[in-house]
Design a protein around this ligand. Structure first.
Ligand code: NAD
Ligand code: UDP
Length: 343
């Protein structure tokens, strides 16, 4: 049985990866400081003998006793609101955290997989984005803390590969959604679903003409697992090429929520959410669509879950999360450890 360390394992994607690796017969060590993650995401795994949770900030060096075959580095604030609120932690986890995770992989002779992002392409001038595109990033803009941290992390991973011969995999993840996203993480999927379920206005930023392509979490995890087991050392895009404008996305969410929440049709007193327009955040990318030719040809992967299916599954999760949410909203960041916020 091989052992995998997943940094950021108590987050949205990390917790789904923990489950998948356990299902494939690996032991899992989840390392997370709960800065934007939540112990609840892995609570159902805590009693298992093949699962371990270490609460630790990976920007300081860490050791994991015993053999390790894989290190998957997912720790990082990921939503634009989170990394704007946590700019220095974001830069530190992308740089120092990546260095520490690479050091662990090297010490253990493990394969290293980096969670990179479509943000390395910035506001892209090439469309759709191929892995060969170098990107158009504003290093000193507000999103620079995330984009440049991830670009540094990719460069660091490739340096360990070239200089130390470390086995490295880099996944460039495009917008992914699904159960266990934080209700208030500010990303468009939880924002719109929450607003639609409450009958509040859907807040479209700008004119809503900017595009995104949304991938359901199960599809993403399948792609990541295939990449982990592959021999591909260069970055690979994993995402769903089904591109739409944010205005179309708002209309889609409203349509699905209206269908699910007003099954009776005529007699229903429920009001459908209006759409309102708010200012576009600085440097918000205008287009984003992955070219997944590499994933198709090298990994035999492509997404399978339709947007309607994925959104329905996600609405089920948010309905429960909203019912359990504290009145008045509570703290937006669920940092369990106040010291995690110090820099
Ligand atoms: P998330 O916020 O749910 O998960 C991130 C996890 O990292 C959290 O559990 C958080 O507590 C942990 N973390 C942050 N800083 C840490 C530190 N210093 N030490 C230990 N743990 C730390 O976000 P997510 O959407 O699950 O994203 C996971 C990874 O995938 C991130 O690296 C993100 O950049 C990348 N990614 C995600 C998407 C997406 O659409 N979800 C897209 C591109 C890239
Ligand atoms: N967005 C929006 N309303 C919201 C939240 C986000 O219109 O309440 C837009 C945002 O400006 C961006 C897109 O939705 O154009 C996706 O935003 P998200 O924060 O999910 O991720 P990004 O792709 O920008 O990293």
């Amino acid at each position: 049985m091989s052992r995998a360390v997943i940094t950021g394992g108590a987050g949205f994607l990390g917790s789904h990866l923990c489950e998948r690796l356990l299902r494939e017969g690996h032991e899992v060590v989840c390392v997370d400081n709960l800065l934007t993650g939540n112990r609840e995401n892995v609570a159902h795994l805590l009693g298992r003998s093949d699962f371990e949770f270490l609460q630790h900030d990976v920007t300081t060096p860490f050791e994991v006793p015993g053999e390790v075959a894989y290190v998957l580095h997912f720790a990082s604030p990921a939503s634009p609101i989170d990394y704007l609120e946590l700019p220095i932690q974001t830069l530190k986890v992308g740089s120092l955290g990546t260095h520490n995770a690479l050091g662990l992989a090297r010490a253990k002779g493990a394969r290293f997989l980096l969670a990179s992002t479509s943000e390395v392409y910035g506001d892209p001038k090439e469309h759709p984005q191929k892995e060969s595109y170098w990107g158009n990033v504003n290093p000193v803009g507000p999103r620079g803390v995330y984009d440049e941290a991830k670009r540094f992390a990719e460069a660091m991973a490739m340096a360990y590969h070239r200089y130390h011969g470390l086995e490295v995999r880099i996944v460039r993840i495009f917008n992914t959604y699904g159960p266990r996203m934080r209700l208030r993480d500010g990303r468009v999927v939880p924002a719109f679903i929450q607003q639609a379920l409450r009958g509040e206005p859907l807040t479209v930023f700008g004119q809503g003409t900017q595009t995104r392509s949304f991938c359901y979490v199960d599809d993403l995890v399948e792609g990541i697992y295939r990449l982990l087991l592959s021999d591909v050392a260069l970055p690979v895009n994993i995402g769903n090429p089904h591109e739409m404008t944010i205005l179309q996305f708002a209309e889609t969410i409203r349509r699905i929520v209206d269908r699910l929440e007003s099954p009776g049709g005529a007699g229903s007193t429920r009001r459908s959410s209006p759409i309102v327009f708010k200012p576009l955040p600085e440097d918000d990318p205008q287009t984003r669509q992955p070219d997944i030719t590499l994933a198709r040809t090298l990994l035999g992967w492509e997404p399978k879950v339709s947007l309607d299916d994925g959104i329905e599954r996600t609405i089920g999760f948010f309905r429960q999360a909203l019912a359990a949410a504290p009145a008045g909203g509570g703290s937006r960041l669920q940092a369990a450890d106040a010291s995690a916020n110090s820099f």
